[in-house]
Ligand binder design. Sequence first.
Ligand SMILES: Nc1ncnc2c1ncn2[C@@H]1O[C@H](COP(=O)(O)OP(=O)(O)OP(=O)(O)O)[C@@H](O)[C@H]1O
Length: 325
Amino acid sequence: MIDMGEAIVVENLVKKFKDVTAVNGISFTVKEGEIYGLLGPNGAGKTTTIHILTTLLKPTSGKVQVAGFDAVRQAAEVRKRIGIVFQDPSLDNQLTAWDNMYIHGMLYGLSGSELKKKIDDLLEFVELKQYANKLVRYFSGGMRRRLEIARSLLHEPDILFLDEPTIGLDPQTRVKIWDYIMAIKKEKGMTIVLTTHYMDEAEQLCDRIAIMDHGKIIAEGTADQLKSLVGNEVIYLKLDGVPPKCLQADFIENCRVVADSTLELSVRNASAALPKVFELAEANGLKIREVTYRRPTLNEVFIHLTGRELRDSLEEGFRPPHRRW
Ligand SMILES: Nc1ncnc2c1ncn2[C@@H]1O[C@H](COP(=O)(O)OP(=O)(O)OP(=O)(O)O)[C@@H](O)[C@H]1O
């Protein structure tokens, strides 16, 4: 048995497809109730990892425990406790939204008024109730994704897996999906594991992020922890009147004048430093007209770790033919 509080434990997981090593010895733990993200470019091994965690693929070696059960030896137990939304839609276009939900519910042994109530509640949750009796073939990409999310929640899983939940969706719909994902965590207390190649998505949603590249986890932590790997944050102070002179304090690692009236301060943590900067400026008789600060992005973290841009790596990517099922 795994310790309480750990929804997923992965140790030294390896998956080889003939001569391709898709997952090359990764280890991580997902805590109950958190949103954990696997972030990385195409081909990094994210989908393969999710497929192993959801019992669809067998690992070459390593240990995988999901909801307290071994994903290989106790696959049926794992399946009962997880919900999955894949990259490629798996809805039946010839059926209505309601019927898609109903069939899925029956597959999980639900029936009668209990099932009907759950379907109504979940369609309401993803704001599709008014389209319950419409054929899915007329649904937009965003509506399909919402329906799939609702369907994955029917059997009240402990852990929800989302593979690229907003891929191919327009910006407005993406934000909507993010809202549902955050509501699932907050209202249902579910553990969520998602893969994404969008840095903003990882940053918005995930409590912790594992950055994957070439089958390995190259860094793991909160977005703030990952950013601190890159180094300092920068505060710009635009000043009024007097020519700026550099401020000195133990929390300022570097200070320089970058324009006639602007100071650039390099600090470890800008949000913590700002109040102290204001006090220091006042003590030095400086009048601040404008403050901006810049924090490293996850893209910079990726560059720092790999020497490549995450964005560029995405463009190199392609969808291998084996994935078009
Ligand atoms: N069934 C398979 N047979 C052979 N190679 C595979 C198979 N599945 C995945 N791969 C290879 O393993 C590597 C990791 O693929 P994977 O799909 O896990 O990456 P990913 O990070 O999820 O990328 P994507 O965003 O494209 O899904 C790639 O090189 C891929 O081509």
